[in-house]
Write a protein that binds this ligand. Structure first.
Ligand code: TXA
Ligand code: MG
Length: 347
């Protein structure tokens, strides 16, 4: 399949009238799949009402079909059409954070969406992205758009159109390039179907931000305990992984350097995933900084690009620094431990 590429300047007025947006929207209406930028990561969009379109999303990514998709909307009328009710806490959260990196789980209105999009669950995950290109495309198509991250399943999520191209060229109908995404990690997924909102996946909106709006917020215990089955089906899979094994180290620069030296002595090509603050302090084959430690938002923004960069460098093994689990650091550590798949080395 020929993958069409459109470049769009996200800052122009009346995006919805631009031919790139019209053409991409037409493909969506014909049940083809198109990658689009959001403020978190690039999504692989398809008509959420069509089994055919949703099947193409799963096929292009190689994604397990028991993992439901997030439905992207551009206005409240689209929400009212697909959910059974809107709890008060959800109203407060939407008022505060939509459009934005927050996905809410509602009880689903049956018969409105492809059952494949929700993996047959009685609930549905919905978000309104804070990106003019995503919003214009959803508006122009007039459809609820199912969109997982636009990477091959298991690979780091894409934060540029180039990342999408590397994974999905030839497998999808088109890519709308709206420049690099901003937040860098996916949306926070919050279940609103119970008495208290529950974080199922940490993300761009922090627990502290949620609590400031709705008071008590709990976290799916499975997030901290690998033995428990997570409520969010997607959280059980290994994810975001670079090709070489990644080991996270809770220790000083000197501790990590010692591990690097040992592996290099064995003849291995060793990479270090560090931060701007520490990059000059290591000696290794490949050293990539992932944002600034002093500003965890910059670490989130650079995370997936840095993980992908190690694949170009052909290292045999990567050692990575860890981050404090405060604010968006919770999401960063969630993604890093999944990318690693190994227990953290504690020094
Ligand atoms: O920022 C984001 O959320 C990006 C952009 C493209 O919007 N999308 C994204 O989608 O990360 P995806 O498919 O990679 O992750 C969706 C997550 C999965 O963990 C999935 O299991 C969960 O949301 N999910 C979807 N529907 C659910 C439901 N009804 N109940 C619980 N979890 C659900
Ligand atoms: Mg994903």
């Amino acid at each position: 399949m020929l993958t069409k590429l459109w470049k769009v300047d996200k800052n122009v007025d009346n995006l919805i009238t631009y031919p790139q947006i019209r053409q991409a929207a037409t493909l969506l209406m014909e049940n083809h799949v198109v990658a689009l930028p959001t403020e978190t990561v690039y999504g692989l969009g398809g008509n959420a009402e069509s089994d055919d379109a949703v099947a193409k999303i799963f096929a292009a990514k190689g994604r397990p079909s028991d993992n439901p998709l997030i439905i992207h909307i551009a206005n409240q009328a689209q929400l009212a059409n697909i959910v059974r009710e809107i709890p008060e806490m959800a109203n407060q959260l939407m008022e505060a954070f939509w459009p934005g990196p927050l996905t809410l789980i509602f009880n689903k209105q049956d018969g409105k969406l492809s059952e494949k999009a929700t993996a047959g669950l009685s609930t549905v995950a919905v978000r309104m992205p804070d990106h003019p290109v995503a919003l214009a495309l959803i508006e122009a198509s007039g459809l609820p758009i199912a969109a997982p991250s636009a990477n091959l399943s298991g690979r780091p999520s894409p934060t540029t159109a180039g990342h999408v191209y590397d994974d999905l060229d030839g497998r999808i109908a088109g890519i709308v390039d709206g420049g690099p995404t901003g937040v860098g990690v996916e949306s926070t997924v919050v279940d609103c179907t119970g008495d208290v909102p529950v974080i199922l996946r940490p993300g761009g909106i922090t627990k502290e931000q949620l609590e400031a709006v709705v008071g008590e917020v709990s976290t799916d215990p499975a997030l901290a305990d690998p033995e428990q089955a997570p409520k969010s089906p997607g959280m059980k899979y290994r994810h975001y992984s670079p090709n070489a094994p990644l080991y996270l180290v809770d220790g000083e620069v000197e501790d990590i350097q010692q591990l690097v030296d040992e592996k290099r002595a064995e003849g291995l090509k060793v990479g270090v995933m560090t931060t701007e603050e520490n990059r000059e302090r290591y000696q290794a084959d490949v050293i990539y900084p992932c944002g600034r430690r002093a500003q965890l938002e910059s670490v989130a923004e650079a995370l997936y690009d840095t993980l992908r960069a190690f694949n170009e460098s052909n290292v045999d093994i990567i050692y990575g620094e860890i981050f404090p689990e405060t604010g968006v650091g919770v999401a960063v550590m969630n993604r890093l431990t999944k990318a690693s798949g190994y227990p953290i080395i504690r020094k």
